[in-house]
Design a protein around this ligand. Structure first.
Ligand SMILES: Cc1cc2nc3c(=O)[nH]c(=O)nc-3n(C[C@H](O)[C@H](O)[C@H](O)COP(=O)(O)OP(=O)(O)OC[C@H]3O[C@@H](n4cnc5c(N)ncnc54)[C@H](O)[C@@H]3O)c2cc1C
Ligand SMILES: NC(=O)c1ccc[n+]([C@@H]2O[C@H](COP(=O)([O-])OP(=O)(O)OC[C@H]3O[C@@H](n4cnc5c(N)ncnc54)[C@H](OP(=O)(O)O)[C@@H]3O)[C@@H](O)[C@H]2O)c1
Ligand SMILES: Cc1cc2nc3c(=O)[nH]c(=O)nc-3n(C[C@H](O)[C@H](O)[C@H](O)COP(=O)(O)O)c2cc1C
Length: 617
């Protein structure tokens, strides 16, 4: 078969040269050349052996002096991940690279010994972004190191970066962008360009992996036969292991759905129990459950009405050309509650709307940011009079409705085949209209025992009980942040763990908002929970938060830290997690006599040693 620029990785000139050379080679010369390229590390062993026209393995090994066996390439895969997506992709990618003859070093960025970096030839980075454009916890130290003066020159490095993020955040995939830029500044060369993935990351991640594997296989992609091998390797790279997954959710039966808040509370927190029977899905305390929700029927109806659409018109809804009636598609398939800059750009392009185009102009970023916040698709179509755009065209620019994650509130040992969640309903008013959190309100208002809910397990290796059950644990979880600690204590009770445990819980009112009060009290009585401190913020004139309780108990808390306690924070990321972090630093300064810098170092060491773990959102 003739080599073309379209079926090979070669330039026109290279392809022409090879097309002239290859037909002139004898069988012996072809075998020799195959072995020679393999020995130079230009081709991975599997690619050579899979390519019938190249050198069969037996022929290569038959001439060891001239054609040594294939040498596998070394690849270092580093991941930075808060809730498990990037680490899951990194593990699958590594497994497939290994299956294809590469020697892989797989590590979380936190565990990676940076003194080895200079020797790395091929570096693949898979990293998400958290906070407001910040690295995930287990990427912080590596990110700092690489951006410091201590970072080595990396002239011999080939690298590629996969970013995971969410376009609804202003600093989309910022951490991936940081790494990509910095590695280039240090002298690295890109294997393939960085790919930034939105929430529905499967396809983009798969394509990136395909390109990376293909490029690393280098000469293996030279003939169509080997190119096909490389592509199929890539296609399998990110494929799912178990039957049920993010891309193939399990329909879990709802067993229970209760409001945990008492009458008169401002809040509504649902305790939802689901059956995993027959799914084969497994989880550990600290993992999360992904739930695919449905949009609010009222919003769907209002949107269809505002656009003058017909709800029974068929529209595309799915990658494989599936179609659904518009009403169904807007209810179950498309995201209609979040406005992002990329979405507005696409709508502006689709409609040619001049007002929208003006809002997207350079210099109006502040205004755009303010417009995006708290508005949905109904606002957009009304504010910019977009009536009349055909439904099929409009839905083609919408994102797929993403799953929501919930920290699992049950131990599988205590509740086999079940998974429990603690979900707070999000309701607020904006632009004079009631707004409903898509998933939380779906669970609160429209899901009954007996219904099915599409779910998957999201493993979170960054939020795990210590392996040694004697290790003391300190759990800080105001509001719904308490959910995983119900799983932790359930687990510790089941395994008869002897380690001490201390829970800090807070919410607005003792009388109505003390989530799972009876369970904590039983665990206290039985010795599963050693200490419980609570902060009810609205029962007193002055607000009292969990960090105030921590500071009141600073001596004992410092003593627990000295004894090797692992600290867990779960719940609000924006304020609470920062304030609790500051309280921990203050305790280290006050009780340990550390300077502010030494206290910060102490906490980042704890983070690296997995003695300080956060599940924040
Ligand atoms: C790892 C992880 C674990 C989690 N665990 C839990 C858990 O155990 N329990 C739990 O309840 N949640 C948890 N969450 C949060 C959960 O995933 C959802 O984000 C939450 O339920 C809201 O989703 P929703 O679909 O109901 O709301 P959405 O439709 O997604 O709306 C929420 C959005 O509305 C906007 N918004 C909210 N209030 C206002 C306001 N006053 N003004 C303007 N805009 C506003 C914000 O942009 C907010 O992000 C977790 C999140 C993560 C990432
Ligand atoms: N990113 C997302 O998608 C998403 C979605 C839903 C919720 N969230 C976040 O998740 C958080 C959890 O919500 P929740 O309803 O379970 O609980 P919450 O709002 O965090 O409230 C729990 C308790 O914490 C208190 N609190 C408020 N600010 C605090 C601070 N700086 N430090 C310590 N405690 C503080 C509250 O007091 P007061 O109320 O009296 O101030 C309340 O008593 C929310 O704050 C929200 O920001 C994020
Ligand atoms: C609290 C929070 C903050 C986030 N901040 C950002 C952000 O600033 N930029 C972004 O692109 N994505 C942001 N994301 C989206 C995550 O990067 C995305 O969900 C990613 O798939 C998570 O991957 P991980 O599980 O490997 O951490 C945020 C997510 C959460 C829960």
């Amino acid at each position: 078969m003739e080599l073309l620029v379209t079926n090979s990785p070669f330039t026109q000139e290279q392809a022409e040269l090879l097309n002239r050379l290859l037909p002139t080679l004898t069988e012996g010369q072809r075998i020799w050349l195959g072995g020679y390229l393999a020995a130079q590390g230009f081709a991975a062993g599997s690619a050579v052996s899979a390519a019938p026209a190249a050198a069969p393995v037996t022929a290569v090994t038959a001439a060891p002096a001239e054609a040594p066996a294939a040498v596998s390439k070394e690849v270092t895969v580093l991941f930075g991940s808060q809730s498990g997506n990037s680490s899951g992709l990194a593990k699958k990618l590594s497994k497939k690279l290994e299956e294809n003859g590469f020697q892989v070093t797989l590590s979380s960025m936190a565990d990676y010994k940076t003194n080895g970096l200079k020797k790395v030839q091929n570096l693949l980075i898979l990293v998400s972004t958290h906070g407001e454009g910040e690295p995930p916890d287990n990427a912080i130290s590596f990110h700092e190191f690489l951006h410091s003066k201590r970072a080595p020159k990396l002239d011999g490095l080939s690298f590629s970066v996969l970013g995971l993020g969410d376009t609804s955040y202003e600093f989309f995939c910022q951490t991936a962008k940081d790494f990509d830029k910095r590695l280039e500044e240090l002298g690295g060369k890109r294997i393939v360009p960085r790919v930034d993935c939105d929430v529905d990351y499967d396809d983009a991640a798969k394509q990136w992996a395909e390109q990376v594997v293909q490029s690393l296989q280098g000469a293996g992609a030279a003939s169509p036969a080997t190119a096909a091998v490389a592509a199929s390797v890539g296609a399998a790279v990110i494929s799912e292991e178990s039957e049920y997954s993010r891309s193939n959710p399990f329909q879990a039966e709802v067993l229970e759905n209760l409001n945990l808040n008492g009458r008169g509370s401002d809040r509504e927190t649902r305790h939802v129990e689901l059956s995993l029977e027959g799914s084969g899905l497994q989880y550990e305390p600290g993992d999360s459950l992904g739930v695919y929700p449905q949009n609010h029927p009222r919003l769907v109806e209002e949107l269809i009405g505002a656009m003058g659409w017909n709800s029974s018109e068929d529209v595309p809804a799915g990658k494989a050309g599936e179609r659904l009636p518009l009403g169904e598609a807007l209810l179950r398939y498309y995201e209609i509650t979040v406005l992002t800059k990329p979405l507005l750009e696409q709508v502006a392009k689709l409609t040619g709307n001049s007002g929208l185009q003006a809002l997207l102009e350079a210099g109006r970023e502040q205004e755009l940011r303010a417009y995006l916040y708290g508005r949905d698709l109904l606002d957009l179509v009304q504010d910019y009079s977009l009536q009349g755009v055909p439904a099929g065209d409009f839905v083609s620019v919408l994102r797929k409705l993403p799953a929501r994650l919930y920290s699992i509130a049950s131990s599988p040992k205590a509740h086999p085949d079940e998974v429990h969640l603690t979900v707070r309903s999000v309701r607020y008013e904006a632009q004079g209209r009631e707004r409903y959190g898509v998933c939380s309100v779906h669970l609160a208002e429209r899901v009954q025992p007996g219904d099915g809910l599409p779910v998957f397990v999201q493993q979170n290796p960054n939020f795990k009980l210590p392996e040694n059950p004697d290790t003391p644990i300190i759990m800080i979880g105001p509001g719904t942040g308490v959910a995983p600690f119900r799983a932790f204590l359930g687990e510790r009770e089941e395994i008869g763990a002897q380690g001490k445990s201390w829970l800090f819980f807070g919410d607005q009112h003792f009388a109505t908002d003390f989530l799972y009060q009876i369970e904590w009290q039983r665990w206290l009585k039985d010795g599963v929970l050693t200490r419980l401190d609570v902060a009810f913020s609205r029962d007193t004139d002055q607000k009292v938060y969990v960090q105030h309780r921590m500071l009141e108990k600073s001596k004992e808390l410092y003593q627990w830290l000295q004894e090797g306690a692992v600290v867990y924070i779960c719940g609000d990321e924006k304020k609470m997690a920062h304030d609790v972090h500051a309280a921990l630093a203050a305790i280290l300064q006050q009780e340990g006599g550390l300077s502010p810098e030494a206290a910060a170092d102490y906490l980042s060491r704890m983070q690296q040693e997995k003695r300080y773990q956060r599940d924040v959102y």
